[in-house]
Design a protein around this ligand. Sequence first.
Ligand code: NGO
Length: 536
Amino acid sequence: MRRHHRTTPRVTRLLGSLLLLAAGTFTLGAAPAEHPSAGQRDAAPLGGIVPAPASVEPGGAPYRITRDTAVRVDDNREVRRVGAYLAGILRPSTGYRLPLTTHGHGGIRLRLGKGPFGAEGYRLHSGADGVTLTARTPAGLFHGVQTLRQLLPAAVERDSVQPGPWQVAGGTVQDAPRYPYRGAMLDVSRHFFTVRQVERYIDELALYKINELHLHLSDDQGWRIAIDSWPRLATYGGSTQVGGGPGGHYTKADYREIVRYAASRYLEVVPEIDMPGHTNAALASYAELNCNGTAPPLYTGTDVGFSSLCAPKPVTYDFADDVIRELAALTPGRYLHIGGDEAHSTSHADYVTFMDRVQPIVARYGKTVVGWHQLTGATPAKGALAQYWGLDDTDPAEKAQVVKAAQHGTGLVLSPADRLYLDMKYTEDTPLGQDWAGLVEVRRAYDWDPGHYLQGAPDSAIRGVEAPLWTETIRTSADIDFMAFPRLPGAAELGWSPAAGHDWDAYKVRLAAQAPRWDALGIGYYRSPQVPWPAG
Ligand code: NGO
């Protein structure tokens, strides 16, 4: 692939941003040389987006969306749906009709076509006559739409009519992700989040081309998904949360709605039932799941590592079978996450027995196992993914165990806690979050390479990255936003953009340019001093 934009000398860009900063009139975009006219003042230069596209060839006349613009789609249900989604974003702020049509020419065109796009890539071509997005799949078109969104002025995100002009820089973007797994996790157990709150987060994730939503559905403090064969899990086990609030759970209809909404944004839901530890909510709901036959009380604290399912008891596997069967039936996605972290109250032998018995259940119901990387201390099933959540300085022996599993075919999703845990405080003054893995400022979250993180792990084993948000201290959507922004877009870029273009100095300028968009979307964020935010 050609890399015109990427070869822009770094020094020039850096100098450009410094000059802008010095002038105190920071405008959107990384490369001032690409800011020719006043009408373009507020629009991003081609490529000045997050995550950075694989290749950008700026040039030619820009395209301006006007009241005569139509959104032209292939005569295909899904393409039409992506077109309707795009029009839904553009109509309120432009005030234009933007009709969806399969006829005519010019305007904004969404088409399926052949090309080097892979399953999720796209090409965006912008010129005087229109913008054309081409992809092999609707998912590719959807990601292309996110690029188009970011190329338009931030005011396009507002829900009332704005002045415009609505101009897209001229040129061609050719784009495809580095990794197939680009995830975010939301812990809905420690604090419960409603369907609407989850959907809000999904929309935020989609803007950055994240394609996996991992839901941490059970933990010591709450069981959040209705299971018909074990109804007390949700009705009793879900009846509280950290600090003792009312908790809550998803009915099957709620969960299906989340899955449907995620799919409409091209995200796959990865449900997690954490086992055999982190199970107090289940143990409290059913006495027979406990080795001693006695149900403990519900738990609303934040300690970890004290609970365990009873590996020697047959009923444990009936339970696991029922839960996995019902959850798999609700889940169109490929994966089912079985946790496996911090089983400190389970002996190693019991842990291995448990995983040996539970992993085949996941396979029986047609899903692929994902587990936290402690799973590599047992025998990961064929095709399983292990999610690494250690630190840069985790014990080399523990890392070696993960690397060895990767060499034997286990796929890896990287979530280093001192890089990608969105619940870590930014600084010691951050009012929310924890600091057990250290403080994680924006640069630290971005500035590492998933391809070279675990020495010795084969390239083919690295399936991608995931940014987990644990919610011991997180209660509201505003809390979610503050911890996710601005670190989440960095995680997304690590998963999407080519390693060759990774550059903090260029990234922080593109990141800063996102802030007016977050303002327009009502997303509050941490104004890290490491990022050259626009004034105001
Ligand atoms: C750990 C622990 C979770 C905590 C989280 C808080 C994993 C995989 N297990 O991560 O239970 O909520 O840290 O940062």
